[in-house]
Design a protein around this ligand. Structure first.
Ligand SMILES: Nc1nc2c(ncn2[C@@H]2O[C@H](COP(=O)(O)OP(=O)(O)OP(=O)(O)O)[C@@H](O)[C@H]2O)c(=O)[nH]1
Length: 580
């Protein structure tokens, strides 16, 4: 069996260049013809410069989460991640499916890399329950490597360097995953100094002394500032660097420039080393976890729920003075519906960007549990047991205006056809007389055919509303019908929609040609009616069906951006396979 794909999770402080780095390694892999599977977990990012197969923003509306739960930007990101984490089982199942070799096309190269971009607010990901759940679950299925991105020019003083190292150490300790330190922006500042400081204690000592003498720590002769006058900082950094020696030994260090692409090959060599390390040192743990996951799915879910609840209680979601949570779509599946409803407008669409890290971390003590959100987590977790079905993954909405538009379309189609059929049934002589060039009464055969045509149109009208499920065939159906092909309530909804839309387009076109040649007003009415119905039908095909390719929210082509549970098109494209 081919070795499983390695997942590379990019974390780093805001502005360290995670997204640019992701873009660079993504394009590097594309150029090597080893197309990666890409995930964006930053709900607050305005736009990502690479194509994501899974984008949290397609499922969760961070701005709306903030609004509904009266949260600050970081609380919003945290809650969005928590909600996304409730579907982690499905995501992993999807990843496993996508990265597995396809028996239908054995020659196709399976996906070797899963790239994950995380929120700029590093603590929101690394220290949140959802971050742990996500990483643990990911690592229980794939060798997982953390790429900690460091802004090299900003880490060039001993104190900022040490702060970064301590942060990296804490992440390593928290995630317990192999880590690569990526010194980014080497086009601005070479990372050699950092490598030296990590391998040669004397060099770090010398740099420290130099800075101390220059008064950077506010010691004797110093310019003041943190630790001013005590010389304390220098000695603290000194002892810390000794303490971190052991930590350094477990790291791979690479200097890269996401701008120029320098060092990217070394990065992938480091990924390979870490993957082997993962297989060697983490594999037993991974297998134990996988087994545990399978055996204790329900109890783990309870545990995860507990973690999320705990998180929620510190994320300020239950402020006493705020409005209660409105029923809204914050889970992956509900966000699908919400997207259809267009109640939620993407928060960042208006240009506001909270991802630059200028905001205070917005955790506030909770006044108690938030039942609405708690229920949503529970609901989402309980619904995340099974592998996603195509029905789950559909972009089509079960509720909201999309359904209404779809219904309005089917009724209008039926109405339009019925109007014509009733004219033919009730006044066949009149219709025949209109059709004839000469003035004579209609023959009985002509009347027969006119009525037959009327009955046929009426039959098509009835079939349209029935096959699309707009009138349920049984009274036991309480769920609204969808345009999903897999919807057992109306399996022919989509074909009917497509055929009738085609019919309206042809009718409108034909009526137009008649109008142009004859100039009769009746044809203008027929053109208008037909085009309106054809346009609505086309809209439903594009946006409301499970085959719909265009996101109404982002306007992007879902074949390339993708929804977590319905982006087979994206996967096809990325993997270059016929089907995955
Ligand atoms: N010179 C140089 N600039 C870089 C490099 N990588 C990123 N940058 C710049 O650094 C800034 C931040 O980069 P991003 O990729 O947005 O950083 P980020 O960590 O994703 O930012 P957040 O999502 O806000 O956390 C941008 O202005 C980039 O152009 C690099 O290798 N060299």
């Amino acid at each position: 069996m081919a070795s499983p794909a390695v997942s590379v999770v990019c974390v780093g402080m805001a502005g360290s260049g995670k997204t640019t780095f992701m873009q660079r390694i993504n394009s590097h892999l594309h150029s090597k013809k080893t197309v990666p599977y890409v995930m964006n977990l930053d709900p607050a990012v305005h736009s990502v410069p690479f194509e994501s197969n899974i984008d949290i923003r397609d499922s969760i509306n961070y701005k709306e989460v903030m609004k509904q739960y009266n949260l600050g930007p970081n609380g919003g990101i945290l809650t969005s991640l928590n909600l996304f984490a409730t579907k982690v089982d499905q995501i992993i199942a999807l990843l496993e499916k996508r990265t597995a070799p396809n028996p239908e096309t054995p020659s196709a190269k399976p996906i070797e890399h899963i790239l994950v971009d995380t929120p700029g607010q590093i603590e929101v990901f690394v220290w949140s329950a959802s971050g742990s759940i996500f990483l643990e679950t990911l690592a229980s299925s794939f060798p997982t490597v953390i790429a900690y991105i460091i802004d090299t020019p900003r880490a060039s003083s001993t104190s900022t360097f040490m702060s970064n190292m301590l942060y990296a150490c804490s992440i390593l300790y928290k995630t317990k995953l192999p880590m690569i330190l990526v010194f980014n922006k080497t086009d601005v500042k070479d990372a050699e100094f950092a490598k030296e400081w990590m391998t040669d204690f004397d060099k770090f000592q010398a740099a420290l002394r130099e800075e101390e003498e220059a008064g950077a720590f506010g010691g004797e002769g110093g310019a003041g500032g943190f630790g001013a006058g005590s010389g304390y900082m220098g000695s603290l950094l000194n002892s810390m660097s000794l303490m971190l020696e052991e930590f350094y030994r477990h790291l791979s260090v690479v200097g890269v420039s996401s701008m120029t692409g320098d060092g990217i090959d070394e990065f992938f060599e480091a990924v390979e080393t870490k993957r082997q390390e993962f297989e060697r040192d983490y594999k037993p743990e991974l297998e134990r976890k996988r087994k545990e996951r399978e055996e204790q799915k329900s109890s783990q879910r309870e545990l995860e729920l507990g973690k999320l609840m705990k998180d929620m209680s510190v994320s300020g979601s239950a402020r006493k003075d705020r409005k209660g949570p409105e029923t809204g779509p914050e889970t992956v599946s509900e966000a699908e519906d919400e997207e259809e409803d267009e109640i939620i407008k993407r928060g960042l669409a208006d240009g506001e960007d909270f991802s630059d890290g200028d905001y205070e971390y917005d955790y506030r003590p909770s006044a108690g549990d938030d039942e609405g959100l708690s229920d949503r987590y529970k609901q989402a977790l309980s619904g995340s047991q099974s592998v996603p079905s195509e029905a789950d993954s559909s972009f089509a909405s079960k509720y909201g205006p999309t359904r209404k538009v779809f219904r309005a379309y089917t009724y209008s189609t039926a109405g339009w056809l019925s109007l014509q059929s009733l004219t033919l049934i009730a006044g066949p002589s009149m219709v025949v007389a209109m059709l004839l060039d000469e003035t004579r009464p209609a023959s009985s055969i002509e009347i027969y055919f006119a009525r037959c045509l009327g009955f046929s149109l009426l039959t098509i009208a009835i079939l349209t509303v029935m096959l699309t499920g707009s009138i349920p065939l049984t009274s036991s159906i309480s769920e609204p019908v969808t345009t999903e092909e897999s919807d057992p309530k109306a399996p022919y909804a989509l074909p009917t929609l497509m055929i009738t839309s085609f019919f309206h387009s042809i009718s409108a076109f034909y009526a137009y040609t008649r109008y142009v040649t004859t100039g009769q007003g009746f044809f203008a009415v027929a053109v208008t009616g037909g085009s309106v119905l054809a346009s609505i039908g086309l809209w439903c095909v594009l946006f409301a069906s499970s085959d719909g390719k265009i996101s109404r929210k982002t306007g992007t082509d879902k074949r390339t951006t993708g929804f977590p549970f319905a982006n087979s098109e994206a996967a096809k494209k990325h993997a270059g396979k016929k089907s995955l």
